[in-house]
Each structure stands twice: as structure tokens, then as C-alpha cells.
Design a protein around this ligand. Structure first.
Ligand SMILES: Nc1nc2c(ncn2[C@@H]2O[C@H](COP(=O)(O)OP(=O)(O)OP(=O)(O)O)[C@@H](O)[C@H]2O)c(=O)[nH]1
Ligand SMILES: [Mg+2]
Length: 249
């Protein structure tokens, strides 16, 4: 009855003919289900294949990247040079950075505040990009100094020449760094030479036990006065410091 009315046929079909029609309709429905199931299976298989390929592809890219990571890091770092500026708190690291990197004379004067983390200044000079990184010299920050040695091309270790009681501490910290970076060129800057109680370059050499440093190490001792005021004749000027750094980089 149902089949007939759906076809809208006015003539009544014999019941003998109705059976094959029902079978055919059932077959059609079955075929449709099978085709839907097959499509779903193909889609699922395709997705699984896609996911597997993506996973493999990602792994390959990741592992390739990991394998060549040091090379790409080097490529990234090509054209960059880093000067790491360390030394006890108050030695004059920020003052040095400011004097070396400010083009504006007015900006070079005035007192620096203690560095609570680090100072980073990047200069674009014709040969390369020159990055200066100062890590604060406070006791709580000194433990992080070693972490910054790896990417550094030159270490500048600033010492307050007038801080006689802390020269042994400055020496200990300097030698800790020297041990950790055996190939690193080092410039020791005996700062605050303008102060009446400042030790001389020769005294500083002795106090910091620089004679015990390996002969093949590139090690330089300069004296400076980085605060504003009359420059003492015994001090190296900024140009000398700049030129030395450029030679070492
Ligand atoms: N008299 C004199 N004072 C200086 C000289 N260089 C720096 N100062 C002063 O010393 C103080 C400390 O200088 P900073 O440059 O902040 O010292 P720092 O090494 O950066 O210290 P932290 O950031 O705390 O590790 C500041 O008041 C400076 O003005 C110098 O050559 N002579
Ligand atoms: Mg500072």
C-alpha cells in the first residue's frame, strides 16, 4: 500500500510484482548504507593517513631543526658581537655603558641608578651589530653572571679602584669568570681613578692577581674615570677602550 501510494500510481499492481519491488527498494537502501559506510571508511583512512604523514613530517622537520640548531643559531648570531660588562655593584658598569654608547654628551652625565637586572644596549656600527650587556653586580645577581658567558665575545670586568676593602672579592669573582670562560678575551677596567684613595694600575694588577692568569689569555688592564670631571692623565680615554674592544671583537 505504502509503495503504491508513494509512486502515485492509479492502477493496482498484482501482489506478485510487489515482492520484487520491495526487495529492490531494500537493496537500494542497503547499497546506499554500504556506500555511506565505505565513504566514511575512506574518509577515516584518509584522515588517519594525513595525520600520520603530518606527524612524520613534523618529526622530520623538528629533528632536522634540532640537528642543525647550533648552525642556525650561529647563522642568527652572524654579524653580532656581544660585550659582557660585569663587576661588583657600584664599580661603574652602567656609567661605562652610558659613556660608550650615548652619542649625546648631555646624556652621558648624571648618576646611574643601581642595575637591578641587566642593561642591554645595541649599536649598529659598520662592521657588525655590537651588543653591550651589563648584568647588575649586587650579591643576588652575581650568581647569574656565568649564564651569560657563553654568547659573549669579550668580557669587560669593571673594578672600583677606590673600593679597597672589596678588592679581594672583586678578585675572587673575576677568577671565577676566568675559570668558566678560559678562551674569552678579558678587559679589566680599573675605574674611579679620580678618587683620592684609588689604587694605581700596578696595584690593581697585584690585588687582582693578574700575574696568575694563563699567558695565552688575551687579558688587558686599563684604568678609567667614567664619571664627569677632569680626566687624570694616567687614565685611558674612551677612544682607547673603544679601539681595544673593536680589535678584540
Ligand atoms: N668618582 C667617580 N664615580 C664614578 C665613576 N664611575 C661611576 N661612578 C659613580 O659610581 C656610582 C655607581 O656607578 P654605576 O655605573 O651605577 O655602577 P654599576 O657597576 O653599574 O653598579 P650596579 O648596577 O649596582 O651593579 C654612580 O654614582 C656613578 O656616578 C668614576 O669614574 N668616578
Ligand atoms: Mg649598573
Amino acid at each position: 500500500m505504502c509503495v503504491q501510494s508513494a509512486r502515485g500510481s492509479g492502477s493496482r499492481q498484482p501482489s506478485v510484482l510487489r515482492v520484487p519491488a520491495l526487495v529492490a527498494a531494500s537493496l537500494m537502501v542497503l547499497l546506499r548504507h554500504i556506500s555511506t559506510a565505505l565513504s566514511a571508511a575512506v574518509a577515516a583512512l584518509g584522515s588517519a593517513l594525513f595525520m600520520a604523514l603530518s606527524f612524520l613530517y613534523t618529526r622530520r622537520v623538528w629533528s632536522t631543526h634540532a640537528e642543525y640548531c647550533p648552525i642556525s643559531e650561529e647563522e642568527d648570531e652572524r654579524g653580532k658581537r656581544q660585550v659582557l660588562v660585569l663587576g661588583l655593584d657600584g664599580a661603574g658598569k652602567s656609567s661605562m655603558l652610558r659613556r660608550l654608547t650615548s652619542g649625546d654628551a648631555a646624556a652621558r652625565t648624571g648618576r646611574c641608578r643601581p642595575t637591578r637586572g641587566f642593561n642591554f644596549i645595541s649599536l649598529n656600527i659598520p662592521a657588525f651589530q655590537l651588543d653591550f650587556l651589563e648584568v647588575g653586580g649586587g650579591e643576588d645577581l652575581r650568581r647569574y653572571w656565568l649564564d651569560y658567558l657563553r654568547k659573549t665575545h669579550v668580557l669587560v670586568f669593571v673594578v672600583d679602584s677606590s673600593d679597597r676593602p672589596r678588592l679581594p672579592l672583586a678578585k675572587a669573582e673575576l677568577h671565577r669568570l676566568l675559570e668558566e670562560g678560559p678562551q674569552l678575551p678579558v678587559v679589566v677596567l680599573g675605574n674611579k681613578q679620580d678618587k683620592a684613595d684609588a689604587v694605581s694600575g700596578a696595584e690593581l694588577h697585584e690585588a687582582l692577581a693578574l700575574h696568575s692568569v694563563a699567558a695565552d689569555r688575551k687579558l688587558f688592564l686599563l684604568t678609567s674615570q667614567l664619571d664627569s670631571g677632569a680626566v687624570r692623565k694616567s687614565c685611558q680615554d674612551l677612544d682607547t677602550i673603544q679601539n681595544l674592544l673593536l680589535q678584540l671583537l
